[in-house]
Design a protein around this ligand. Sequence first.
Ligand code: SAH
Length: 210
Amino acid sequence: MKLKHLEMALQRLSGFSHPRAVLEQYQTPAPLAARLLFHALMKGDIEGKNICDLGSGTGVLAIGAALLGAAKVCGIDIDPEAIEVAGANADLLGVDVDFIVADVRDTTLPERLSRADSVIMNPPFGAQKVHADRPFIDLALALAPVTYSIFNAGSAQFIETYTGERAEIDERVGGVFPLKRTFSFHTRDVQEIEVEILRLKRKHSSGRAP
Ligand code: SAH
């Protein structure tokens, strides 16, 4: 599948029916999602692999991974309503994704979930709740040796400090997140947020929090 075709397929997916600010529910726009996924595909981290999408929302990243030939894909989100939309989105594009309602802060998850080859995610940036992205990073490192994640531009230093001995950033790809007016505190119709896609490579096999 070509990048353009992936982008067009992902454009067809439904977004959040009732987006919740406290959960930072913003669907990743198709061009940015396709960019992350294609990048990971070219690195050999998608096709034939076991993939997990943390904070999968309406499923754009998970479904995209399935379209690109992942062997097995799971998506995890705290919001049952989002998981329902994600399931309908997967059906729409005819792919098989295991969507699970769970909180990434649940410390029993690393034991309950099967190990993945790669994690892909667009977690909350922590705009509503400081450090909301941390449990996502912790779980990602516990599940898979490689993680692709979208962060605010300029976050790399903080992420490296936080992951310390557990992981290193071995790639950074810049991008733009056109944020549509979603919540009452948004003042513009569209605000372009500079973001970066980071590839985190686990240094040790344990992936435990410090
Ligand atoms: N990955 C999706 C959604 C991004 S928005 C996409 O790229 O379009 C961030 C998502 O994280 C939301 O769907 C929100 O419900 C989910 N989320 C926030 N806190 C969470 C938590 N503690 N556990 C699991 N999911 C969470």
